[in-house]
Design a protein around this ligand. Structure first.
Ligand code: NCD
Ligand code: ZN
Ligand code: ZN
Length: 463
């Protein structure tokens, strides 16, 4: 008779063929041993999580999070970000290279992985910058999941889009894609037409349009051309060169349409949408929260295109773009948003927001699982170890009380940003437990595991 360490019993469980009612997920050590109809296996002395009346989804994987560590640890650090992740159902968090020093060499990447050891509650990785062509093979050999390229450089501030990391010369992008293609790892790109952005910026600055409203709508000028022309260019470069292209920050209707067509043409192109674009980019939120919502404001038809792009599979991955800055740092945005850092903390609450959105008919629960776990795992080579609930996979699970209504704001905020942009919202969908490799790392929104439990989540497949 087998013996199990943990049994998550009686839940509606995500499987290869969708949700199935009444299953027990039986865990031995760090991996799933069996998934069987409830009651059909003897649980022995296993710790039991009763998931009857609950939904059990695979641990969430966030491939786009700004951990701010090293260099900006007053905003966030590895431990605080990983706690926010655990509380929010995220079992793998992947950082971005706009840290100080920026992650541009294998030696710096190795140092950063060393920093992670002993300090993360959840499994982790980091997307280095591919700006040094000669470093790309060495970075891949150290087990990065993907590379992150910014096409944007900030005008009136030096962070988050710092000089040195932003590349917009098309020939440089082509050379980078040649190199990342040969590693088999995806190239994640923040699309932006820098020349057109600068034109738009100067028009705003010359007219003294500096506050949250004009800032948030600046990219409406010429109908989103700063995004659209960059995505069109990237898709053509990928068509010529090959390689895996993962386009970040889907923002407009036309970018979604361009990705849709590239996929129909058989190109190896995937797309990311961000939590803030779905949940914080309405004019109401910007008017109310100003710098604490921004990001940017999306036209209604742009946002509608994002939901439609999720529904038809054009959009593959939700990346949080968890972008913490302190409350104090954001304050100046009421006067001058161009000089104030953009972005909002997301890691702890975005899964709940997506569950709530599924109650509102904006997205199916199946698509929530697809864009938060299944596709991130597949695109970045973590499947079938992660993003799957099946024997042999890591026992990474989130137990969801799908119908529970609650108001956000009473729980601890784990991000050093210290605020939650969704405070006071009443939402439907509650996270009972986050399980990582067989261990409960958060329960009822409280972190229960110590820093150091997390390990590097390395690619196990070439996809
Ligand atoms: C990022 C950041 O804060 O570092 N996010 C943001 O500004 N919303 C930068 C980025 O992803 O472009
Ligand atoms: Zn970006
Ligand atoms: Zn980002």
């Amino acid at each position: 008779m087998s013996s199990y360490d943990l049994a998550v019993t009686g839940g509606r469980v995500w499987t290869d063929s969708g949700f199935v009612d009444g299953l027990d997920v039986l865990v031995s050590g760090e991996t799933i041993a069996e998934v069987v109809p409830t009651g059909s296996a003897s649980l022995g002395s296993a710790e039991v999580i009763d998931a009857s009346g609950r939904v059990v989804i695979p641990g969430v994987i966030d491939t786009h999070s700004h951990h701010r560590d090293p260099g900006f640890t007053h905003k966030e650090d590895i431990t605080s970000a990983s706690r926010a992740a655990a509380a929010g159902g995220v079992t793998v968090t992947v950082g971005m290279p706009n840290v100080d020093p920026p992650t541009t060499t294998a030696a710096l990447f190795e140092k950063l992985l060393e920093d992670f050891r002993g300090r993360s509650v959840v499994d982790y990785n980091h997307n280095p910058s591919p700006t040094n062509l000669g470093e790309i093979p060495g970075l891949a050999a150290l087990g990065c999941l993907g590379f992150k390229l910014f096409m944007v450089v900030d005008g009136k501030r030096s962070y988050p889009h710092m000089p040195g990391l932003g590349i917009h010369d098309h020939s440089d992008i082509a050379k980078i894609l040649e190199q990342t293609r040969d590693t088999g790892r995806p190239l994640m790109v923040h699309p932006n037409d820098q020349a057109l952005l600068e034109l738009i910026e100067h028009r705003h600055w010359d007219a003294d349009l500096m506050g949250p409203e004009p800032y948030s709508k600046a990219e409406w000028m010429f109908d989103g051309v700063v995004w659209n022309s960059a995505v069109a260019t990237l898709i053509e470069i990928q068509r010529g060169i090959g390689g895996k292209l993962h386009v970040l920050h889907m923002m407009s209707d036309r970018t979604v349409e361009l990705i849709r067509r590239a996929k129909a043409d058989g190109q190896d192109v995937t797309a990311e949408v961000n939590a803030f674009a779905l949940f914080l980019a309405n004019w109401d939120e910007v008017a109310h929260l100003g710098p604490y919502a921004l990001g940017r404001c999306l036209k209604d038809e742009w946002r509608a295109a994002l939901w439609a792009g999720i529904a038809d599979g054009t959009i593959d991955v939700l990346g949080t773009d968890h972008a913490p800055h302190t409350f104090e740092e954001k304050k100046s945005g009421w006067e001058n948003m161009w000089a104030t850092p953009t972005g909002t903390p997301q890691l702890q609450h975005y899964v709940i927001k997506l569950l709530d959105a599924s109650h509102r008919g904006l997205i199916t629960l199946e698509d929530v699982v697809r864009i938060t776990s299944v596709e991130p795992a597949r695109r970045f080579g973590l499947a079938p170890r992660k993003g799957v609930i099946a024997p042999g996979s890591d026992a990474d699970l989130v137990v969801v009380d799908y119908d529970r209504e609650h108001t956000l704001g009473d729980e601890p905020v784990y991000s050093k940003a210290g605020y939650n942009p969704y405070t006071d919202e009443t939402v439907k969908g509650f996270l009972d437990a986050t399980v990582l490799r067989g261990r409960v790392v958060a329960r009822d929104g409280f972190v229960t595991a110590e820093p150091g439990y997390g390990q590097q989540a390395k690619p196990v497949s070439a996809m």
